[in-house]
Design a protein around this ligand. Structure first.
Ligand code: NAP
Length: 492
């Protein structure tokens, strides 16, 4: 609904990125392309809302402003920007991990005389870039998808890059009918295997060898085969790419070699080669013609790492002591990830304590599902769960199932409240950090760590232990009578 920028599409394959809570839906729905476009996904969501008669339970065009726990009544009071007041026994925050769009606090932004847009909040009527001089700021997934399209629409496009990114080709196209038939026939099994996998994605099984145990030719052949397949397959080529810097560097150098082969101007190619962080420790991007776009005469690349953007001016922007003039600016500058949408709501738990205050040194949760001091409040794919390191649909459904079962359990056992204990939360946070520290992820200044938001505490937020392992842990917790949760009125 919000991310409608040119070229927006999902970079997990459509046959894997769909609901699995019911068997007929995935068999009935016919995705047209390997990677679904934003309009097709929106059509699908509307179809699901109609098919399951969900609209009566949804209030649109409403922003929740506050959620406050009333300890006397054991109820949440939820208020909205339309003046509504709701009272609920349970409150489930399904506010999204990447929904609080962030435009950096650039000096002079209000003085810009042209039009500016954020990729995560794109005008519904679209934008006509014909004959326009356009500046795009950022080179993450949103930029990498939109730049090739904006380049063909605009008169002149300038890309301002702070960190060069690893991107692999999507090789998008129509879905192979045999593959579609096979997936439909085995959908229940496909879904089960996704739930038990490391990232909820099955497109290609991860390799079992170390990148360092094979000869150069074998390594290159494996990378090449996965590059030709496209999408995230490359990330799983060898077992130690995420764990060992030397192994990781072989993948990093493979991608750089592809960039050098693709981009004609050697200086531009070098600037586009990622060197600031290990391969795939920021989210891997998946593109269609991104690097090729820099061979176009109307496209140029400006490094804003050496010379950060100084200010937005009435006519464009200034960096490195030079002013660039534009009719339009596109901020593909990302999100206040994982915590932003929750922090934007005034959430108050026991004793009126604000969630913003509790998380002032970084988010703390038990399993990414609950927060000590905030009884009967659940978070879907919250920090501390695999969330953004997975196929989000698989992770969302796992949380929805777990929370639904939990609510039934509370009702059947006549328990008024459930609340994560401080001990369980502390132990889980320690575990999440320990597992992250075993990997190369903390070496990148990524949004996984909050590093894209000035002043945000640097804490690795998602759980890297794997979707399958995590689901087993959640099942065990439930099977042991909701171990780590206090099940009654009263605190932890
Ligand atoms: P992002 O990955 O956070 O990228 C933001 C970009 O803006 C980065 O290149 C960043 O540079 C740059 N930037 C931020 N502040 C800047 C500043 N002050 N000066 C210069 N550059 C600045 O955001 P995104 O591209 O919107 O993607 C966010 C996530 O959404 C993705 O990682 C992915 O999980 C999801 N997503 C998915 C899809 C898909 O499924 N196809 C598409 C789009 C997004 P630095 O790297 O130096 O911080």
């Amino acid at each position: 609904y919000w991310n409608r920028y040119p070229g927006a599409r999902c970079d997990i394959e459509s046959l894997e990125y769909q609901y699995g809570f019911e068997d007929d839906l995935p068999r009935e729905w016919k995705w047209t392309e390997r990677y679904a476009t934003q309009p097709e996904i929106l059509t699908y969501l509307n179809h699901v809302a109609d098919r399951f008669s969900l609209r009566d339970g949804i209030q649109l065009e409403t922003r929740v402003t506050a959620a406050v726990f009333d300890e006397g009544a054991n109820r949440w009071a939820v208020t909205t920007d339309r003046g509504d007041r709701f009272s609920a026994k349970f409150c489930i925050m399904a506010t999204g991990c990447l929904s609080a769009a962030k435009v950096p606090d650039f000096k002079g932004i209000d003085s810009f005389k042209g039009d500016w847009y954020h990729t995560g909040n794109w005008p519904h009527e679209g934008v006509d870039f014909t004959g326009k001089r356009v500046g795009v700021i950022g080179t993450g997934s949103s930029a990498i998808q939109s730049i090739p399209i904006i380049a063909t629409q605009s008169k002149q496009l300038t890309v301002f890059q702070r960190t060069a990114n690893f991107s692999v080709p999507a090789h998008n196209g129509p879905i192979n009918p045999e593959y579609r038939a096979q997936m439909k026939e085995n959908y229940t099994d496909v879904r089960r295997r996704a739930r038990e996998s490391a990232a909820g994605i099955l497109a290609r099984a991860p390799g079992e060898k170390s990148a360092l145990e094979v000869a150069e030719e074998e390594r290159r052949a494996e990378f090449e085969s996965r590059w030709q397949q496209g999408g995230f397959a490359l990330g799983g080529a060898f077992i130690d790419l995420g764990l060992n810097l030397q192994a990781n560097e072989t993948a990093a150098e493979f991608v750089r070699s592809k960039i050098r082969e693709t981009v004609n101007n050697p200086e531009t190619a070098e600037l586009l080669c990622p060197r600031d962080y290990p391969f795939a420790t920021k989210r891997l991007c998946v593109d269609t013609g991104y690097f090729e776009t820099f061979n176009r005469d109307n496209v140029s690349l400006v490094d804003v790492k050496t010379n950060p953007i100084e200010s937005i001016t009435p006519n464009g922007l200034r960096t490195g002591g030079k002013e660039y003039e534009f009719d339009c600016l596109v901020f593909a500058t990302g999100f206040d990830a994982m915590t932003g949408a929750l922090s934007n709501i005034d959430i108050r738990g026991r004793g009126g304590k604000a969630l913003r205050e509790k998380w002032s040194a970084g988010p703390r949760t038990y399993l990414g599902i609950q927060i000590a001091g905030f009884p009967n409040l659940f978070t879907i794919t919250g920090p501390g769960s695999p969330s953004v390191l997975s196929n989000m649909i698989v992770s969302i459904e796992q949380h929805v199932d777990w929370i639904s079962d939990c609510l039934v359990y509370l009702r059947e056992h006549e328990l008024p409240t459930i609340e994560a204990t401080v001990k369980a939360e502390d132990e889980w946070v320690d575990h999440v950090n320990q597992v992250a520290d075993m990997t190369l992820f903390p070496l990148a200044n990524s949004w996984y760590l909050g590093a894209n938001i000035p002043g945000k505490p640097r804490v690795f937020m998602p759980y890297v232990g794997g979707v399958g392992n995590y689901a087993v842990k959640c099942q065990q917790v439930a099977a042991n009578g909701y171990e780590g949760f206090a099940l009654a009125a009263g605190g932890s």
